[in-house]
Every structure is written in C-alpha cells, then in structure tokens.
Design a protein around this ligand. Structure first.
Ligand SMILES: [Zn+2]
Length: 166
C-alpha cells in the first residue's frame, strides 16, 4: 500500500538473462530476478538517502527518497508532457498529411516546415508512451549507487492492485 508518506519498492538483483528462439520461433527474452520489498518512509520535505540491502549478494544499495510534494509534482509534469507530446503528434501529423497530400505547382517545393513536422511526428510517437510510462513508474525513489555490476541491480515500484489502494 502506498500512502503519501510511505512508498513500497522492490530491490532486484538480476540472476540471469536468456534469449530463446529467434530463428523459427519468435525471439523471447527471459529475465529472472530475486527481489525483496521495502517500505520506505518519505521525508516531509527534500530528499533522504537510504541504504537497502540486496537480497542475493547482500550488497548495500544507496537510494534517494523524495518528499510527497516533489513526487507529485514530477508525476504531474511527466503527465503534462505526455499529453503535450500527443497534442504535438496529432497536430504535426495533420499538417504532414495536409501538406504531403497537396499537388504542388511546378517548380515549387514542399515548405521547410514539412520535414520538421515529420520529425515532430516521430518524436511525439516515441516520447508520448515513454513519458506516460515514466509517470506511472515514478515513485520518487531512485537508485543512486549500487555495487558493480550496477546493471544487475534495480529499484522498482511495487504495484498496488486496484481496489486495494487507499
Ligand atoms: Zn545483488
């Protein structure tokens, strides 16, 4: 359960990565983790550094916990940026379709804005889902330092099933 003042995260240690198939069957990547859940208390303001132990190698991971206000603001900004990216995507797409579908008089080339709109479509298409996922996953807890291999450690939010949220 995540309340304003506490947050549940899981510390993960990468156990193995295996890639199967790819030739006849579809490629499938299986990643196995061992994890341990922690409940962290948020500071009233600012940030706090906490030490979490890895369940496998018992290494100490340094994590930073943000206060509820900052966490909420970052999530709001990420959400707003995601919406903005969708708006830009739709507008640029409409423009690109409009300009691209026009029959140009001889000797006239497409306006400079046309390639710009194509780039905007691409950027909006890539960034909107990423920003939205970022908003969903942002808990205000970030990994500062992990023992090598750093790649093998992660701090992930613990999802609360809908309905149990309080
Ligand atoms: Zn570990």
């Amino acid at each position: 359960m995540n309340t304003a003042l506490s947050v549940e995260v899981a510390v993960r240690h990468l156990l193995g990565e295996r890639t199967e198939g790819g030739v006849v069957t579809p490629r499938r990547r299986t990643v196995t983790w061992a994890s341990r859940q922690y409940r962290l208390t948020r500071p009233d303001t600012g940030r706090e550094t906490v030490e979490l132990d890895c369940p496998v190698c018992s290494a100490a991971l340094l994590a930073e916990v943000r206060d509820p206000g900052t966490t909420r603001r970052v999530r709001l900004v990420l959400g707003a940026l995601a919406v903005l990216a969708v708006v830009v995507l739709v507008a640029a797409l409409a423009y690109a379709v409009h300009e691209g579908g026009r029959t140009l008089p001889e000797g006239e080339s497409l306006p400079v804005l046309f390639p710009v709109s194509l780039v905007a479509v691409f950027l909006g298409f890539v960034s909107a889902p990423a920003l939205w996922a970022g908003r969903r996953n942002y808990t205000g807890v970030s990994l500062l330092e992990a023992p090598k291999p750093r790649r093998g450690h992660r701090i992930v939010p613990v999802r609360v099933p809908r309905g149990r949220r309080r």
